[in-house]
Every structure is written in C-alpha cells, then in structure tokens.
Design a binder for this molecule. Structure first.
Ligand code: ZN
Length: 229
C-alpha cells in the first residue's frame, strides 16, 4: 500500500502574499520556497520580483527543462540545458519551473544547494541516480507538484520497470506516487530517511492558488527556489 505520509511534523511553511517560504527544514542562511499564481512563472522577468519578496540581493540560474535527466554543477549564474542544478555559490538562487512535475530542493551542511525538476520522464530516465555525489549530509524537500491523489497515468506504466513499484492500481485507474519514488531513490543515494521532507502539496487538488497543467492546460508555472545568503 502506497502512502504519502512523509510530511514531517517540523515542516513549516510561511505564507507571504505571493510566496511560501520553507521554514524549519534547511539550515540558517538558506532561503527556499515557491510562488503562488500571483506570479506567472516567466523567467528571467519574474526573478527580480521574486527577490523583492526574499529581501535578498542575488543572481540566479534556471533551466531549459526538457524532461531529460542531466544534472550539472555550476559556478556561474545563467540558463542551463538540464533538469537539475547544483551550486556552492553564495547569493545565487537556483529556480525550477513546474505545473505538476515535482520540484526537489536540496541543501547540505556545507551549503551545497540544488534543484531538480522531476516529471515522470526524468524519473524514468534516472535523473536522481545522476546526482554526482553521496547525499548523506543533505536535506531534501519535495515541493509543490502532483501527488498520487491526482497523478493518473496510462496502463503502459505497469511495464516501466523503474516506476512500476510506485503505482496504485484502482478501479478508477493507475496512479503514480512520485514522492515515494523520489524518497526511495534518494535514500539509495545515501540520504538519511529523516532528512526527506514532503511538503505534501498537490498542484492539482490543493485549494491554494497554484498552477496545474493537468487541470487547466496552462502555460504558466509555479517557481520553486533555493539560495544561500
Ligand atoms: Zn491531488
């Protein structure tokens, strides 16, 4: 039986007018969160507005998210062809755009930070296995995205070796649980199970104001971000 009960009791979100900030997960000096639909998710134009909510001065990097499995470690702010970014640079935010795919936010105790855009295609292609280091010292937050309540998939998923253990077969159809998939894969990369935090927010059925491609066929996106000050 699959479940989504990984919401840690200490997980706390602080709601601003346009953003949610993740509190109580990452160490001091890390700013992380995600936007609501008062942003359209256009980059780079939305970034300065986002910064105004963080109260920080910083540069940022984002991705040409092609639903592939490339994860890169970067030095310089910019636009990268990848679905995962990591950096150690201070005052440098990493931003991922989603409207149902799962954003994963990473930070270790030495302030190496990362973002991953995990739809089912990157998941199937092994994006989490491509993270080029052990995750023993990391904390990871699974952000706003489809949860198994709304992640209905085709019957062909039963043939996908990588994903088939994370399906719930019901009379209504087949449902994928991306959070449990991510958790297991990250634990196999060294993550301590107590350091995986599910924010538990479904982009589709949350009563909050978020974009969902499945629900609205929108081109607008939620922005999830993490940065070191
Ligand atoms: Zn849902």
């Amino acid at each position: 039986m699959l479940n989504n009960n990984f919401v840690n009791k200490n997980t706390k979100l602080i709601e601003d007018k346009a953003c949610f900030f993740i509190d109580n997960i990452f160490s001091a000096g890390i700013t992380a969160g995600f936007t609501n639909s008062s942003f359209s998710g256009r980059l780079p134009s939305d970034f300065n507005r986002l910064l105004s909510y963080t109260g920080k001065k910083a540069s940022f990097s984002y991705m040409d998210q092609k639903h592939l499995s490339e994860v890169v470690i970067i030095q310089n702010p910019g636009f990268y062809e990848a679905d995962g970014l990591f950096t150690k640079n201070k005052n440098h935010f990493l931003v991922v755009k989603t409207a149902d795919c799962l954003p994963l936010l990473f930070a270790d105790k030495d302030h190496l930070i990362g973002v991953i855009h995990m739809g089912w295609r990157p998941a199937k292609k092994g994006i989490l296995k491509n993270i080029p280091f052990n995750l023993a010292d990391f904390k990871v937050a699974a952000g706003l995205g489809l949860r198994s309540c709304c992640y209905q998939v085709g019957d062909e998923f039963r043939e996908f070796e990588e994903l088939s253990s994370y399906l719930k077969i019901t009379p209504k159809g087949v449902f994928f649980n991306p959070v449990q998939f991510a958790r297991d894969q990250l634990i196999s990369k060294g993550l301590n199970k107590d350091n995986f935090f599910d924010l538990g927010l479904c982009s589709y059925c949350s009563k909050r104001n978020f974009f969902s491609y499945r629900r609205d066929k929108t081109i607008q996106r939620n922005l999830s971000f993490i940065g070191i000050n």
